[in-house]
Design a protein around this ligand. Structure first.
Ligand SMILES: NC(=O)C1=CN([C@@H]2O[C@H](COP(=O)(O)OP(=O)(O)OC[C@H]3O[C@@H](n4cnc5c(N)ncnc54)[C@H](OP(=O)(O)O)[C@@H]3O)[C@@H](O)[C@H]2O)C=CC1
Ligand SMILES: CC(=O)N[C@@H](CCC(=O)OP(=O)(O)O)C(=O)O
Length: 320
């Protein structure tokens, strides 16, 4: 039997990328909606209810509408939008967190993590579990991302050369300046922190690739770990993971004359964690493709688990 899959939002940035992955699989049948009917609730309802798995690649309000249209027990939902990521009836689709993989395998409602939240949670949670970061540590972090993270409208804005000149989009831009980015609730809940991190995202004039940086000060942490100790904890936590890799400690070899390269994981589902530091200063940076492990790749990884496929089915693990 072939599993039936439907991507609601098939023409959007996340949806199109998921389609690319699905086109490599043979044990599935991808259901398509007519372009003109893609926003018609009646037509969507038909497909949503015959599919074994649906990917919701929609704005929050439309995703909510789709969920209400699912009227049967069988259809499993993978939701890439922001809503329900902290809802207890949904499983957070980050398999690399301890015990999360089994929850995903048996769930019929999975939320794909936000792109910024992915790197943050994977950095903080292992340190708290290992007891070298206390839950009330006042964490500050920042993330630099390509404009495709803002979906179709973001891409159109940046790829329209007149606007780039008029709006001065050729320089990086901080946003969510009130420190209230929409990923904060999931960053708080799944990292294990007691207080919201102070998070500043920065969008820049390139399409794809994200780096989340979390600087920490050893003198304020239990056991005063060195950057090398932090590296060892993270390496042990992700030792057996296929898509999350802790890179060699303080490795200059991965820098370009001292500069970090954000887009090296593009077009893969790979997330790399780097630890740098000196004296009591620790700098942890994760890099990944916001459309890979930050969205569509993560969605397909979750699908593989939910259907009992090989977890890496159709996903690219390495840059070759
Ligand atoms: N881009 C990224 O890196 C990430 C995105 N996400 C999330 O994924 C979701 C999709 O984002 P993204 O693909 O970037 O956004 P896009 O704007 O690129 O795509 C959204 C798609 O939804 C369609 N749509 C809008 N309203 C409806 C409706 N009522 N019924 C059916 N279809 C509708 C749009 O149609 P139309 O073709 O008319 O535009 C469009 O194709 C969002 O919730 C976003 O927050 C999550 C992680 C990362
Ligand atoms: C560049 C840019 O604007 N990125 C988006 C996040 C992309 C993402 O992860 O989105 P969802 O939480 O919507 O799923 C932002 O920071 O709001």
């Amino acid at each position: 039997m072939k599993y039936k899959l439907f991507v609601d939002g098939q023409e959007g940035t996340t949806g199109l990328k998921i389609f690319e992955y699905l086109s490599k699989l043979s044990d599935i049948e991808v259901l398509r909606i007519d372009y003109d009917k893609r926003k018609d609730p009646k037509e969507r309802s038909k497909l949503l209810n015959v599919a074994d798995i649906v990917f919701l690649c929609l704005p929050d309000s439309a995703a909510k509408e789709s969920i209400a249209l699912v009227k049967n027990e069988k259809t499993k939902i993978i939701n890439t939008s922001t809503i329900f990521r902290t809802d207890k009836n949904w499983v957070y689709g980050l398999p690399e967190l301890k015990n999360q993989r089994d929850l995903i395998r048996t769930s019929s409602r999975v939320s794909v993590p936000g792109c910024h939240a992915t790197g943050f949670v994977l950095t903080i949670r292992p340190l708290i579990e290992a007891g070298i970061l206390q839950q009330d540590y006042p964490v500050t972090c920042y993330s630099v991302t390509g404009y495709s993270g803002a979906g179709r409208s973001g891409i159109e804005e940046y790829e329209n050369s007149t606007l780039v000149t008029e709006k001065k989009l050729n320089v990086p831009r901080h946003y969510s300046l009130q420190l209230n980015h929409k990923h904060i609730p999931e960053m708080l809940l799944y990292s294990g922190l007691l207080y919201e991190p102070l998070f500043t995202p920065i969008k820049a004039n390139y399409a794809q690739g994200l780096a989340m940086s979390v600087p920490l000060m050893s003198r304020y942490m239990p056991k005063n770990p060195s950057a090398k100790d932090v590296h060892e904890v993270l390496s042990a936590y992700f030792e057996t993971e296929r898509f999350v890799h802790v890179m060699p400690y303080d490795s200059e070899a991965y820098l370009d004359e001292g500069h970090f390269m954000i887009s090296e994981c593009n077009n893969t589902n790979r997330l790399e964690i780097f630890v740098f530091g000196q004296k009591d200063k620790i700098n942890i940076i994760s890099r990944y493709d916001n459309l890979g492990k930050g969205a569509s790749g993560a969605a397909v990884q979750n699908m593989n688990l939910m259907l009992g496929f090989d977890e890496g089915n159709s996903l690219v693990e390495h840059n070759i």
